[in-house]
Design a protein around this ligand. Structure first.
Ligand SMILES: *Cc1c(COP(=O)(O)O)cnc(C)c1O
Length: 432
């Protein structure tokens, strides 16, 4: 169903459509619940398959879910212990996919799913995915869909606000992928895409779909890795897992909240944010005040109007309850730099700036919150993607993972765009 109550549909249609007709976001009518003691799956793909089965039960892809999970989740996700009992702390490494950020999980699942669903359709025209990105989404989506039949991807990113290596990952694909450098902020990119969606002619002629973190097809596999981490921790330590999730548009964090609501052994959830204070301000004042985003070192979290908040409000409508559901910890750029330096010096660990906000949150927990409890911090990207920020802080060159090195060898191309719908229309008109 839609968060605004105006559209009911089945899961696969909701994923193909992206945004609901009434402008709301699709959410499951209800969340299934699981008992961790009798849950069978061990690997991420097995856990995803088992956990997602009720969601796909009455859809055309019910029989192909296992194959989709194995196809999409074919790289490691590790819950790596950093310190042992009685105070287990682990890092949930989500960056071992093709573009070295957690968004590969959702993007690859969505691509594997859409390819199979579109193969069943009779309309021969390709579907066009428009994706706004503050850095990692676009690269992950482009990589996941590149050269797949029946789908095209338009990537929109804010000029000058993504790292050089991120920009390379956005613009190196060609074929069925086009990259647009927008003269504006991430919020402008997102608004532009929303406008395109609400334009019936454009939507129909291009068969528009979304692949942002607003797409359920990206959120659901993210629930799977939080559930997997909680189960692995539970089996290892016999404790519920407290989760710190670096947060921008609230996709990764909402997936964690849904996982806990489905009965997976997660206790507290802390949202680590950068200097974009919309969420922490809301939790302290009760007043929801979206605002323009601010540029920070953790650029993939530079979001002033997190869209997935609408889903959280839908799940937890009461402010008092919502305050019990999550906490938020803001970190400014100085805090990010200091955390990267400290954890390298003390533990030899190298974090990307987003992951550093999470470890900053951990270090600032009250001692009583840590004692005897298990915590994890999501590592959302490999630090080699943000080498211009991280290398000067640690005084050392970061090794580039092989998949990223391959991408960085490809030539790049992009189209400049002003952030208005007419400019977008004329840029897309020849793409039919
Ligand atoms: C996208 C992203 C985030 C923020 O994730 P949301 O789901 O938007 O909250 C954090 N870190 C990295 C590296 C990202 O790419």
């Amino acid at each position: 169903m839609s968060t605004r109550g105006g559209q009911e549909t089945d899961l696969v249609s909701a994923i193909l459509q992206g945004l609901a007709d009434d402008g709301g976001l699709f959410v499951p009518d209800s969340l299934p619940t699981f008992d961790p003691a009798s849950f069978k799956g061990e690997s991420l793909a097995e856990i995803a398959d088992e956990m997602l089965t009720p969601f796909f039960a009455d859809t055309e892809l019910a029989d192909e879910l296992g194959e989709i999970c194995r196809d999409a989740l074919n790289f490691p996700v590790n819950l790596r212990d950093l310190r042992g009992d009685p105070e287990p702390l682990a890092v949930l490494e989500l960056f071992h996919g093709p573009t070295a950020a957690f968004k590969d999980v959702g993007a690859r699942f969505l691509a594997a799913l859409m390819e199979r669903s579109l193969a069943k359709q009779t309309d021969p025209r390709p579907v066009t995915i428009l994706v706004a990105t503050s850095g990692d989404t676009g690269g992950a989506v482009a990589a996941a869909f590149h050269q797949r039949e029946g789908v095209r991807v338009g990537v929109f990113y804010p000029r000058g606000q993504v790292s050089p290596r991120q920009q390379h990952q956005l613009c190196c694909w060609g074929d069925n992928v086009r990259s647009f450098e927008v003269n504006g902020s991430f919020d402008d990119c997102q608004a532009l895409i929303k406008t395109a969606f609400l334009d019936p002619a454009l939507r129909e002629s291009l068969r528009l779909s979304a692949a942002n973190s607003i797409n359920l097809g990206r959120l659901l596999p993210q629930v799977a890795y939080h559930s997997a981490a909680a189960l692995w921790n539970f089996r290892r330590h016999g404790k519920r897992l407290n989760c710190i999730v670096p947060t921008g548009n609230l996709g990764n964090a909402l997936a964690c909240i849904w996982s806990r609501a489905m009965g997976f052994p997660i206790d507290r959830i802390v949202l680590a944010v950068n200097a974009n204070m919309t969420i922490p301000d809301y939790l302290s004042t009760g007043e929801w005040r979206p605002r323009p985003s601010k540029t920070t070192l953790a650029s993939a979290m530079d979001v002033g109007d997190p869209s997935n908040m609408e889903r959280l409000f839908h799940l937890v409508p009461d402010f008092g309850d919502l305050r019990e559901t999550v906490a938020a910890h803001p970190v400014d750029d100085d805090g990010i730099r200091a955390q990267i330096a400290k954890d390298y010096k003390d533990y030899g660990e190298i974090w990307c700036p987003h992951t550093a906000t999470g470890f900053h949150a951990y270090d600032h927990l009250a001692r009583s919150d840590r004692q005897g409890t298990a915590w994890s911090v999501c590592a959302t990207a490999h630090p080699a993607k943000f080498e211009t920020i991280v290398e000067p802080i640690i005084g050392k060159t970061i090794d580039v993972p092989a998949s990223l090195a391959d991408i960085l060898k490809l030539p790049t191309e992009c189209i400049s765009l002003e952030p208005d719908i007419e400019a977008l229309r004329s840029a897309l008109v020849d793409w039919t």
